[in-house]
Each structure stands twice: as C-alpha cells, then as structure tokens.
Design a protein around this ligand. Structure first.
Ligand code: UT7
Length: 325
C-alpha cells in the first residue's frame, strides 16, 4: 500500500523532423546520427504546441484515465527547462489551461531528471496525506532552446510531454518501493543553458552565448552511464531487490548507446527495457512519462509488476525510482 499511478497521458507535437531534414541544416548525416545516437526522428513543436499546451494535453489524457475530476488535484508539478516564460511557471499555465484550481502548482528545474524528481515530491506529499492527488508532468519544447547551427546538440533533442496522476492505494504490494536521488553542481559546465543577459550590468555573466543548450557530449555520456548504473545498484541494495526481479525498466531516453551501456553493465535483457529514443530523440523531462504512457496504453504493465525508472540530466541531476505497479 502506498503511492500508485492512477492514470498516464502524453502528447507529441505533430511535426516530424527526420535525420535527412537535419542534413540540410548542419554538417551531419543520417548514418552518423543513427549509429551514434539511435535516433531516427524527433518531434518539433509548432503553433499551439508551446510547452504548457502539450503538457496540458498530456495531463488531460492522464486525468481521463485516472477517473478523477480535475478539481480533485491538490498539487500540480511540471518538470521542465523550456517553458515559454520564466514567470509564471509552466505549472501555473497548465493549471489555468486545464482548470486545476484546487491545486498549488510549481515547476521543478532538474533537466532530464525533472519528471522523476517530481514523482518523488508527489510520493512524499501522498505519504504525508493519503487523500492527496498529485499531477506530475514532464514537458519540453527544447527545439526552442537549441542552437540549430550546433550539430552536437540539435540532432539529439526533441519536443514532447507526458503526465501521471498519483494517488494512494490501500492494496497490498502496490507502492513506491524505494528511491535513490543525487545531484552534483560541480559538473554544471558539461551541460548548461544560460538565461537571457542580466539587465543589471554588475550581475552580467561573461561569455553568455544565448539561451540554448551547451553540451560536452562525450563527457556527459561517460557520467550518464556511470551515474545511472550506480543509482540503480544503490537502489537495489537499499531495497534488497535483485536485478532479476525487475519486470520492466523505463529509463530516460538519452541516447541508444548510453542506454545499451547501462543495460549491459546491469545485465538487463533488452526485452525488459522500454526504448523509444528512435522515434522522439531525447525529450529531457518528458522522455520517461511519454515512454510510461505508451507502455501503459499498450497494456504491458500488470498489477504487482516491479517497474524501475532511472534518469540523468543537466546539473548534474540523476537517480532511480522503483515502483510496484
Ligand atoms: O539527457 C542527458 C543529456 N545529454 C545526453 O545524454 C547526450 C550525451 N552525449 C551523446 O549523446 C553523444 O556524446 C553525442 C551524440 C552528443 C555525440 O556523440 P559522440 O560519439 O560522443 O561524438 P563526439 O562528441 O565524441 O564526436 C566525435 C566526432 C567529432 O569529430 P572529430 O573531432 O572526431 O573529427 C565531432 O565533431 O563526431 C563529430 N560530430 C558529428 N559528426 C556528424 C559531432 N556531432 C556530429 C554530428 N554529425 N551531428
């Protein structure tokens, strides 16, 4: 008994951008992108598909599945680093859009780990108040935060949103079994995004290249593999669960090579892992809830299944959650 996911939803922008499309913008090739990342296509937002709009569509789907009314939501969290405004939060825009006026709403800035950090906050809220209902969303339009001349980043990221409604279940063996979360600000320079230049000259940051993602891809790669592996092993140790007992793994869809390395090190068979990075690229905070929703709607989750989530992102931020469905 404990926190459970009552409903899931997702929303992907309509426009599909292929690797061949990117060949026309930067010096790259379909072959390079496929072999180095596994990515074949990604979605890019258009009119009516701002971060809060796709987040709201995903939330709407999750609410329908949960069977709850929107006014029953007490807390609304959005993991994002690409809201169209700095203030109000994306969560407040979602609140307005879907009419969740009994909730308090805020964003979590944890890059690709944003959804899982939000899930952890939601779980703790429900542990404190069993009547609480929490809507957690991961949503990004990173297409608005990319330097489209930088082939190191513009081929990797994509847009999308996913959502989950959380509540308490008194049923035996359904709960968040354990979590293992970390961050390390010392490594920020490997993956970051500036703000717009300060209007106070005294606070101006030197060498601000603009509001877009800057990444040392190879270094991020190495840290991501090690961090996710360690977070999962630490979580298994904490919970006393063996890797072989896990039924399904829903990892952050960073890059196929990163995921293959993590799976190899953890000795996890590919059949147990949800992979959709080929279709959507790296959608940062949205990647796990999109993959979760697709898995859920394909009826691949059974009551009592042990589901492992793990993520890694800018900050650095990373960690893992183990949930009994
Ligand atoms: O969600 C967490 C956040 N981020 C990530 O998970 C991303 C982590 N990193 C990665 O996915 C990979 O590091 C990348 C896909 C970004 C890059 O792949 P890589 O295998 O690490 O390539 P690299 O940066 O080591 O570059 C190898 C070569 C370089 O050329 P030289 O110096 O060997 O001549 C790059 O200039 O590949 C070149 N290169 C490209 N070539 C064609 C870099 N990007 C491209 C490109 N197309 N798009």
């Amino acid at each position: 008994m404990g926190t459970v996911i009552l409903g899931t939803g997702s929303c992907l922008p309509k426009k599909v951008v292929t690797n061949l499309d990117l060949e026309k913008i930067v010096d790259t090739s379909d072959e390079w992108i496929r072999t180095r990342t596994g990515i074949e296509t990604r979605r890019v937002g258009g009119a009516g598909e701002k971060t809060y709009q796709i987040a709201s569509a995903a939330a709407h789907e999750a609410l329908i599945m949960s069977g709850l009314r929107v006014d029953e939501i007490d807390l609304l969290i959005v993991g994002t680093i690409s809201s169209h405004m700095l203030m109000p939060s994306c969560a407040c825009f979602v609140q307005k859009e879907i009419g969740a006026f009994n909730a308090f709403a805020y964003d979590v800035n944890a890059a690709c780990s944003g959804f899982l950090y939000g899930l952890d906050i939601g779980d703790k809220q429900i542990r404190a108040d069993h009547d609480a209902k929490v809507l957690v969303i991961g949503a990004e339009t990173l297409s608005s935060r990319l330097n489209w001349q930088d082939r190191n980043t513009c081929i990797v990221f994509g847009d999308g949103a996913g959502a989950a409604v959380l509540g308490y279940s008194a049923e035996e063996h359904r709960e968040v079994v354990g979590v293992n979360y970390f961050s390390d600000g010392r490594l920020w320079e490997l993956l970051y995004m500036h703000n717009s230049p300060s209007t106070n000259p005294e606070l101006r940051v030197e060498d601000n290249p603009g509001v877009h993602i800057v990444m040392e891809g190879r270094e991020v790669f190495k840290h991501a593999v090690k961090a996710m592996e360690d977070a999962v092993l630490g979580l298994l140790e904490k919970t006393g669960i063996a890797i072989g007992d896990i039924d399904l793994v829903i990892p952050h869809q960073a890059n196929m090579r990163i995921l293959n390395k993590v799976l190899e090190r953890l000795e996890l068979p590919k059949e147990k892992v949800v992979l959709n990075v080929m279709k959507y690229g790296n959608t940062s905070a949205a990647s796990i809830p999109i993959a979760l929703d697709e898995t859920n709607r394909a009826d691949k989750l059974k009551r009592g299944d042990l589901v492992l989530f793990c993520a890694f992102g800018g900050g650095f931020t990373w960690g893992a959650t183990l949930l009994r469905w």
